[in-house]
Design a protein around this ligand. Structure first.
Ligand SMILES: [Zn+2]
Ligand SMILES: [Zn+2]
Length: 422
């Protein structure tokens, strides 16, 4: 707001010589909102003196409304995400209710086949109902949105006539900020992007790179607000979609992350980072087969990406494909030998294959790099547990629980040890 603080404006009344001193905040007032001493003398605004403020209050007001409208946008965006999410769940429901593979059919008993048939015979009726209902709801929604949009346009003014020199200044500042961003100096970069945006609030690259910098600082909610602003300037920019999606992943909102990453991938299907974000979100949603498909797409573009290799390895482990998991964990470790998550995946897979000695060695390696690596601690406990070294197992379950005391799996394993040695 610095650019406003020393503002001096002449009173809009052409007969007055003084500068604006006051602002009228009365809701029903029809006079000029900005006015001077002389205006009061001729009786302007005197009927509602309780709503008059001195000029500097205007800047507080502007900042407050900016923040409040950002918060509103954030809230209604989240509501839309939730709707879209519900919608995908509905689609999933339709699939699981009405679609069945030959393989699945073979595994059903007669009673189950009977109930599937009864359902599918009613499909036509369901189809009619859902289509009619959705059409009505969507039409109502679109009508209301159009109405709201028209109301806004009534008051839409062309607030900013951005001068050519201001556009050039914002470009120059962006380049400086971008260099700081590339050097991982995110806080400093944000300061420069803010300056660029003071000259041109619609500078899209400054908006999105500010969002990306906030994401790198783990300020995910803020990052989403700025990615939304970038999308308002250009609703077809895949990096803005990616930044929003990856911030949602940072907030553990994986379903929403996938909604937005799909928009990025629609524009740029070969964006490596978007492919990885999708793969990792799917893994976190325990959709391991899908996660592997998307990790492989990322790896086609960048075969040496440690996190994508790990995502594939750990998804294979979760699908009980331990030998393959070890192969892919080894690939991740050949890129980064100190990647504790990959060491954990390898160690845990070896344990599942009952190669306890090798498993222990790998887990030890991980704990040497990070003595507080949660998964390595709990799986060291599990490995000792498997080898009936109950007291030692308890030591490591406890160490893991010191880091994450609410971890249900570890608590359960610990109770089992107690029941065994009782
Ligand atoms: Zn005046
Ligand atoms: Zn007034």
């Amino acid at each position: 707001m610095n650019q406003f603080e020393n503002i001096t404006v002449k009173c809009p009344n052409p007969e007055h010589t003084k500068n604006v001193k006051y602002v009228c905040f009365d809701e029903s007032c029809k006079e000029q909102r900005l006015y001077c001493h002389e205006c009061i003398k001729i009786g302007k605004h005197v009927t509602h003196l309780q709503h008059q403020e001195e000029l500097p209050f205007l800047f507080e007001h502007i900042s407050r409304i900016e923040k409040e409208s950002d918060d509103l946008i954030n809230r209604i965006n989240k509501q839309m995400d939730l709707i879209q999410n519900d919608f995908f769940l509905l689609i999933g429901g339709i699939r699981s209710e009405y679609q069945i593979s030959k393989q699945q059919l073979h595994n059903l008993n007669l009673e189950q086949i009977n109930s599937f048939l009864s359902q599918s015979i009613h499909f036509k009726q369901f189809e009619l109902t859902i289509e009619k209902l959705l059409q009505e709801l969507i039409k109502e929604f679109q009508d209301q949105i159009t109405k709201l949009k028209n109301d806004l346009n009534l008051f839409a003014l062309d607030y900013y006539q951005i001068s050519k020199s201001n556009i050039e200044k914002s470009e120059e500042l962006f380049k400086i900020g971008y260099k700081l961003y590339r050097d991982d100096k995110y806080e400093e970069a944000i300061e420069i992007f803010d300056q660029a945006l003071n000259f041109n609030s619609n500078h899209q690259l400054s908006l999105v790179t500010k969002a990306e910098s906030l994401k790198m600082l783990h300020q995910y909610n803020e990052a989403i607000i700025w990615a939304d602003k970038a999308l308002q300037v250009n609703s077809n920019h895949y990096i803005s979609f990616y930044t929003k999606a990856d911030s949602l992943r940072g907030l553990n909102q994986y379903n929403e992350a996938i909604l937005w990453i799909d928009k990025a991938l629609q524009i740029n299907p070969k964006d490596f980072y978007s492919l990885f974000t999708k793969a990792d979100s799917l893994r976190m949603l325990e959709q391991y087969t899908e996660a592997i498909i998307w990790a492989e797409k990322a790896l086609q573009i960048n075969p040496q990406h440690c996190f994508s290799l790990y995502t594939k390895a750990d998804s294979l482990r979760m699908l009980d494909k331990y030998s393959e998991a070890i192969i892919w964990a080894n690939k991740a470790l050949s890129v980064n030998p100190k990647h504790c998550n990959s060491l954990y995946t390898k160690g845990n897979s070896l344990r599942q294959l009952k190669k306890y000695k090798e498993a222990m060695e790998v887990i030890e390696q991980s704990l040497k790099i990070n003595a507080n690596h949660f998964d390595s601690l709990r799986i060291k406990g599990e490995c000792l547990h498997d080898q009936k070294q109950y007291q030692q197992a308890l030591v490591f379950y406890d160490k893991a629980l010191e880091i994450n005391s609410n971890h249900q799996w570890t608590q359960n394993r610990k109770s089992i040890v107690f029941l065994t040695i009782r």
